[in-house]
Design a protein. Sequence first.
Length: 147
Amino acid sequence: MTTPAAQTVTGSDVEQLIQLMHRYSSHLDAGRLDELVSLFADDGVWDGSAWGLPEIRGTGELRSFFADTMSGPSNTLHLVLNHIIDADADADTATGSAYFHVFSLTHDGTRRDSLGIYTDRFVRTARGWKFARRSVGAAPTPPAAGR
């Protein structure tokens, strides 16, 4: 019996992971629910506990949560930058992070801004790279003046 050659995370994989992170924002902003949910592994997790939101697990819960989220502000725009991708030893998983700035305009015309950091775990599946876990953290608090 032969075993498959060990895969490594390549530059192409890193580009695919960054695209995955961008597609999340694009699908969320455009209200493309099916496409958004498809970015997660079947048992994928979205963790918003840093914002007082629940941890959401699995395709069904993700679909319900994002459907509710998309019925909120009338317009959102996610800017995502400073991507960092680190390959794990087994090459079928990786971790990453990126800062975000979300501009939201509510139905009554109120503008809200959110700043934070995404911390991600990725898994390579038969359908390509997916989010195994996406944690949405608050922006770090700057140190007090004079420190």
